[in-house]
Design a protein around this ligand. Structure first.
Ligand code: FMN
Length: 396
């Protein structure tokens, strides 16, 4: 149960950004609203993202002291034999249900700015925030996936303009949340006499995150967001891909520089931005079991049709990429849980990897499992107490 001191913070901006916990390293679950979540696999135990399972998972995570749930805003599957991400629950309505059923966990909604009128989105999110008593968060997506937009009959703007649009969109949202009556005369929105009540809980606003990977996307996050998500699988995977012994110091230094660069950019904007990353956890009693399962689920039973489709969206195809390079990229994509940091091993090893990212300056990690309900209990029982002993998390 939430203790009184934490409950008293509900709705305060500081409480929102800390997700109402004293955990130095925040941990969230990523992608549970999507079929197969972050593993493009054909194993029969793959995640189906049913409501019943999401609800069980949210209650388990809430009870275990997990800090947040981060869904993926996905409208169209990637195909392949499993139609990877073909079955998804819409994220804001998903968040509403889960917030009503939990006590302390922060639940994000992932919203594609070009697909929702900002006043509708602002109202939906305020509703979620009231259901959760200040525990709703926004992951803002400017858009990138062409096919997904075509399905709505919405043309994607060019990359720079996507973020100009997103800027107006978030400006409207923040004005609406401020409770003042206002007019808005922008390039994309011309709004007269806007009134939007109630305000978010506590008269503040939900925590906002963004995960743009381009310079423009990152600059947008620095201006507008409290938290920035970046991918950091490269440093670990590049080391794993070589036949030489892994130089742990080199891996750590690469990650440290990445986080410091982002924080430095934030400071240029006068912001103390919180940096997060994401990865896949495969935790087993022995290292060998964990690595065997990773190979079994991620590679031997990969949904290659879906992986190829995701690579094609990044303009990587056998037609424009040399055969060896294409094969390496494909394997990397599959084995990493579509581009996540690999937390693969014993509880000691997984905890050590978390600690390494914490030491590098990450505020938190959003993780996925092949099947959350099968795999999260072992993680919560074995890894979370180790992190508490390391001083990275409060004891639950
Ligand atoms: C942790 C994380 C979460 C993301 N969530 C989503 C999502 O739910 N839906 C989506 O379409 N894109 C998602 N993205 C993609 C980013 O929002 C962004 O569009 C992409 O990284 C391209 O960056 P750019 O817009 O700066 O080019 C996510 C990326 C990361 C790293």
């Amino acid at each position: 149960m939430q203790d009184a001191a934490i409950a008293a913070q509900n709705g305060s901006m500081r409480g929102r950004v800390t997700m109402y916990t004293a955990n130095a390293l925040k941990i969230g679950l990523f992608g549970a609203n999507c079929s197969s979540a972050r593993t493009a696999t054909l194993v029969p135990e793959r995640w189906l993202a049913t409501w019943t399972d999401c609800l069980k998972l949210a209650r388990l995570a809430d009870e275990a002291g997990i800090d947040f749930l981060l869904p993926i805003g996905r409208w169209k599957g990637y195909g392949g034999e499993s139609d990877f991400h073909g079955t998804t629950l819409e994220t804001v309505t998903w968040a509403c249900g889960l917030l009503a059923a939990t006590q302390r966990i922060t639940v994000f909604g992932t919203v594609h700015a070009p697909l929702f009128h900002p006043l509708i989105a602002a109202k939906e999110m305020v509703t979620a925030d009231h259901i959760g008593n200040g525990r709703f968060g926004l992951n803002l997506v400017a858009g990138w996936n062409e096919g997904e937009f075509a399905m709505f009959g919405v043309a994607q703007r060019d990359h720079e303009e996507r973020y100009e649009f997103a800027q107006e969109w978030i400006d409207v949202i923040k004005r609406a949340w401020s409770g003042d009556e206002f007019d808005f005369d922008g390039r994309y929105f011309k709004l007269a006499g806007v009134r939007a009540k109630p305000r978010p809980v506590g008269g503040t606003r939900p925590i906002i995150m963004n995960a743009g990977q381009s310079g423009t996307g990152q600059a947008f996050a620095m201006r507008n967001c409290d938290a920035f998500f970046t991918s950091t699988s490269g440093a670990r995977l590049a080391a794993a891909g070589t036949s030489q012994a892994v130089d742990e110091e080199q891996v750590f230094n690469r990650i440290l520089k990445q986080v410091n660069d982002i924080k430095g950019e934030g400071r240029k904007h006068g912001r103390d931005i919180e940096v997060y990353t994401q990865g896949q956890v495969i935790c087993r009693p022995t290292q060998r079991e964990a690595e065997e399962y990773q190979r079994h689920a991620n590679v031997d039973h990969a949904d290659w049709g879906a992986i190829d489709q995701m690579l094609a969206l990044k303009h990587i195809t056998p037609r424009n990429t040399a055969a060896d390079e294409f094969k390496a990229k494909r394997t990397m994509m599959a084995s990493s849980g579509i581009g996540g940091y690999p937390f693969v091993g014993t509880p000691d090893k997984v905890a050590a990897e978390f600690a390494l990212l914490g030491r590098a300056g990450f505020r938190g990690l959003a993780v996925s499992f092949v099947n959350y309900l099968n795999d999260a209990p072992y993680f919560c029982d074995e890894v979370l107490p180790r992190l508490a002993r390391m001083g990275l998390r409060a004891r639950n």
